[in-house]
Design a protein around this ligand. Structure first.
Ligand code: CA
Length: 265
């Protein structure tokens, strides 16, 4: 084999390895469309309907919140007084079933912001994702009535922050959640309590205080709920490329079915 032929073979091998690595990364980051419960981009431009791109038909009813420039396309700006988004007919994920909730938040106000909530206000049965006030900062927090779990990174500094709240398969306690802010795993402060999320009556609200806390004051973008624990790689794909790209939505807003064949490991 001549030196030139050898170089050619090495080059081809290099390209092959690169392709396989890329495919491997794509496979690991792919999100099974059947795991998406509801997903909002808020890119409709106007109107009081938030279009659900999950394919499950869970369009949301917007009360008051206005469309403004978002992290990706448009977002919803909440006035902190009475603005809300109701996911009609959808009561969230119950019991100790695995779940992941993701969203972008931008606010310069320190308060007990209500973010994504469902479940009734009874011990272990509510499921509230909200902000935790720490001095002039606020942190990402999930609570169940009787127990809670929160991190330490400030998300109320007027910048966009990506939040992911992950409850794993086999998890039993609110402290089993992994919380990520901008892809960074948070420490788990708070009080342990068993999970038994109730899905009998309370529909998912996004922004409303429901029981306790305060209405969301700030801007929200790219909210989605999944019925599995997403990996950090998948969360970072959503964070870096946006929901639309990460979920492989076509130009008509429909999820591309070909990705349904790909299962994450
Ligand atoms: Ca958007």
């Amino acid at each position: 084999m001549t030196h030139r032929q050898f170089s050619k073979h090495v080059c081809c091998l290099g390209i092959l390895i690169l392709l396989l690595t890329s495919l491997g990364n794509l496979y690991a980051a792919a999100i099974d469309k059947d795991t998406i419960e509801v997903a909002y981009l808020f890119d409709e431009g106007s109107g009081n309907v938030a279009k659900d791109i999950s394919g499950n038909g869970r369009d949301g009813n917007i009360t008051g919140a206005k469309r403004v420039q978002g992290k990706f396309g448009k977002a919803l700006e909440y006035d902190g007084t009475d603005d809300n988004l109701i996911v009609s007919g959808y009561n969230g994920i119950g019991g100790t079933d695995p779940r992941t909730t993701v969203f972008w938040i931008k606010t310069s106000t320190t308060r007990d912001h209500s973010w994504v909530k469902w479940g009734i206000n009874s011990a272990g049965q509510k499921y509230y994702i909200r902000s935790h006030v720490r001095g002039t900062d606020c942190n990402l927090r999930v609570e169940v009535n009787g127990g809670n779990n929160f991190g330490t990174d400030n998300v109320c500094d007027g910048e966009w922050h990506h939040c992911a709240v992950v409850f794993p398969k086999g998890g039993k306690d609110v402290k089993d959640h992994d919380l990520y802010v901008n892809g960074k795993l948070q420490v788990k402060e708070g009080t342990a309590h068993g999970m038994d999320t109730n899905v009998d009556t309370q529909v998912v609200n996004i922004g409303h205080k429901l029981a306790n806390h305060q209405f969301l004051l700030g801007t929200l973008d790219e909210v989605a709920i999944f019925n599995v624990e997403l990996s950090l790689k998948q969360i970072n794909t959503i964070r870096n490329t946006g929901l639309k790209s990460a979920l492989h939505v076509d130009s008509k807003g429909k999820l591309a079915t070909r990705w349904g064949m790909l299962k994450r490991d």
